[in-house]
Write a protein that binds this ligand. Structure first.
Ligand code: FAD
Length: 619
């Protein structure tokens, strides 16, 4: 066995989680290696060539606010930008952009290559090297002083990378099988292989694995699409960037196109359901309920006679189109008949057929809220391996795991974001507390404080935290300080200036009064030299101040009762009054405080009341 040099942190897999993990770790000063099966697929979008969307766009803004890369990369390589839900309240505004898929990948690869302290290498990791016996660790017991710890990884060919911390971000590649009709192929993504041995290694180390499935639609050659019969969907006239460091989106935008399924398409699908792996019993694992395949939609929504399809360009230098809305694993001949029955696609050539993929994931209740595993010290999991789906959810977890691995290596306190601070806090708390019974994607409805967790204020919420740990750059922090000053100047002026007996702040609360009307009322406001973004922030904070204040009071009240800490050594078995189900669940999750304990599914207020008595007087 040949030996390689020593790294502080090794990240396995250069997908969306791995990139953010590796960049964060290296930027925090840890000597980091990013090992991936193929350097040509760094940052590849396995499915939809798009970043953001409802609740996901908010996550990208949060990644950016903390000092991550996803927002900057999509700003530079996006081909169409839209602010979704702009007709609703600001908590629902969600940025989304079509990506030039290849340009996005190339730029991410370059960012990784340029990063100091970071080594990108093409390696297939086959084994995790652990000192101690993790199988003997009972993760429902208090963490022992000396836990087994990760010491490195072994790659195909036998070379070893020694490391103090390892972050696993292997996506859909664990024991992966792809299905198109009756045909089954081994691999985590079309054209690629799988990583079986690492799943075996997880099991040997005592980790539980389960299986999920996800699917993707066909891609078409645009030369063979009849666009003249389709409805065009342009991008926004004034596109909003994702990154707080991007001033403006200046590149030209490409249109998407709209078509829909029809009764004929549904007949073809119904007649062939017995050949669909989900219905024939060939696929047994659970898929994303909120992102169903077209065969699922036809069965579940039998009364609907059409479903929308967005034809989305995959880039500026390709004619390939992604058919958003008709993910499928039906056989190839059925996919052809289905596509050819759709308006505008009568003669379309399928360049890549749709397929479903089944893969192993590790139930995330095996993790702490830093994304470090309970079983092995220094070993972190992030991304699809935790049962999530989506680039944004993966990127966010990668960032948090990367930060925590680097902090641990340098002996600093962990970095944990609360549910009231960010969607990232909601995401991680949901995963480690509740676990997953289907691929987890983010929704605004998962965040109880969503009025505060808006895409417009992610920098105000998180950049100071990013700066504290040393990830948000001085440039980013200086920009935030300038912006905060602008807001403060405006708010002070609106509070102290009166018009017809009312403060300008009161005037701005009126639905019919916007910034231009305010300028007309007051020459001082008209003369105020602040950016349009600061104007918008003052407008939102003023108009929604009632709701925002109420939500802040909720948070403060919850914080008082729920912040009661549960020591890592707390012995739940020594609380005889607890129901055995509650005792078992607390021991499995090992909540860090009373708030987290209360969010475990099946835990009752009575369980919490009993537990809180023991927390005041340690058991
Ligand atoms: P990935 O992006 O999958 O990256 C994993 C990386 O790990 C790859 O670079 C791989 O080469 C590397 N790797 C794996 N094993 C090893 C090893 N042993 N050694 C070294 N490197 C390794 N998301 C949605 O939101 N909606 C969808 O509809 C959707 N559909 C999908 C359909 C398909 C067919 C697939 C494959 C994915 C789909 N996704 C969808 C999921 C989305 O692609 C993932 O959520 C996201 O890419 C996860 O990011 P990740 O970083 O965890 O993993």
């Amino acid at each position: 066995m040949s030996s390689f040099s020593h790294f502080d942190v090794v990240v396995i897999g250069a997908g969306h989680a791995g990139i953010e993990a590796a960049l964060a770790s290296a930027r925090l000063g840890a000597k980091t290696a990013l090992l991936t099966m193929n350097c040509d697929t760094v940052g590849q979008m396995s499915c939809n060539p798009a970043i953001g969307g409802v609740a996901k766009g908010q996550i990208v803004r949060e990644i950016d606010a903390l000092g991550g890369e996803m927002g900057k990369c999509i700003d530079a390589t996006g081909i169409q930008f839209r602010m979704l839900n702009s007709g609703k309240g600001p908590a629902m505004w969600s940025p989304r952009a079509q990506a030039d898929k290849k340009a996005y990948q190339f730029l991410m690869k370059l960012r990784v290559e340029e990063q100091e302290n970071l080594t990108l290498a093409q390696e297939a990791v086959e084994e995790l090297l652990v000192e101690g016996d993790p199988v003997a660790v009972d993760i429902t017991e208090p963490a022992p002083e000396q836990r087994p710890r990760i010491v490195g990884v072994k790659v195909r060919g036998g070379a070893v990378y020694h490391a103090n911390a390892v972050i696993v971000t292997t996506g859909t590649f664990l024991q992966a099988i792809m299905h198109t009709g009756e045909a089954k192929t081994v691999g985590g993504r079309a054209g690629e292989g799988t990583t079986g041995t690492i799943s075996d290694c997880f099991r040997r180390l005592g980790f539980e694995l389960q299986r999920f499935k996800t699917g993707t639609p066909a891609r078409l050659n645009g030369r063979t699409i009849d666009f003249s019969s389709l409805q065009i969907q342009p991008g926004d006239d004034d596109p909003s960037p994702f990154s707080y460091l991007t001033d403006r989106i200046t590149q030209t935008q490409l249109p998407c196109w709209l078509t829909q399924t029809n009764a004929g398409v549904h007949d073809v699908i119904r007649a062939n359901l017995h050949r669909a792996p989900m219905y024939s019993g060939q696929i047994k694992s659970t898929g994303p309920r909120y992102c169903p395949s077209i065969e699922d939609k036809v069965v579940r929504f039998a009364d609907k006679d059409s479903h929308q399809i967005f034809l989305e360009p995959e880039g500026r230098h390709t004619l390939e189109y992604y058919c958003n809305g008709i993910s499928t694993s039906l056989p190839r001949d059925v996919q052809e008949r289905m596509i050819h029955s759709i308006q505008g696609l009568e003669n379309a050539q399928i360049m890549r057929y749709g397929y479903a993929v089944e893969y192993d994931f590790a139930p995330p209740t095996q993790l702490q809220n830093t994304l470090e595993t309970k079983r092995v010290a220094g070993l972190y999991f992030a991304g699809q391996i935790n049962g999530t789906t989506g680039y944004e959810e993966a990127g966010g977890q990668g960032l948090i795991a990367g930060i925590n691995a680097a902090l641990k290596v340098r002996g600093d306190a962990p970095f944990v974001i609360d549910r009231s601070q960010a969607y990232l806090g909601v995401l991680i708390d949901d995963l480690v507390t509740k676990g997953v019974d289907e691929p987890y994607r983010m929704f605004t409805s998962r965040a109880e404080y969503r009025l505060l967790l808006r895409q417009d204020n992610a920098d105000r919420r998180l950049t100071p935290l990013g700066e504290q740990i040393g990830l948000a750059s001085p440039e980013r922090f200086a920009q935030l300080r300038h912006y905060e000053t602008e807001i403060e100047r405006a708010v002070t002026l609106l509070k102290k200036t009166r018009h017809q007996g009312q403060t300008l702040e009161d005037w701005l609360r009126r639905p019919e009064i916007e910034w231009p009307e305010l300028c007309a009322l007051s020459p001082e406001v008209a003369a105020l030299d602040i950016s349009p973004r600061a104007q918008q922030q003052v407008r939102i904070e003023t108009k929604y101040s009632g709701y925002v204040k109420r939500q802040q009071m909720d948070i403060d009240r919850q914080a008082r009762t729920q912040s009661l800490k549960i020591p890592g050594t707390f012995n739940f078995q020594a609380v005889p009054q607890l129901r055995s189900e509650a005792r078992e669940k607390f021991a499995r999750v090992r909540p860090a405080d009373l708030g987290q304990a209360g969010r475990i599914s099946g835990i009752t207020p009575a369980d919490l009341a009993i537990l809180s008595l023991y927390l005041k007087e340690p058991a």
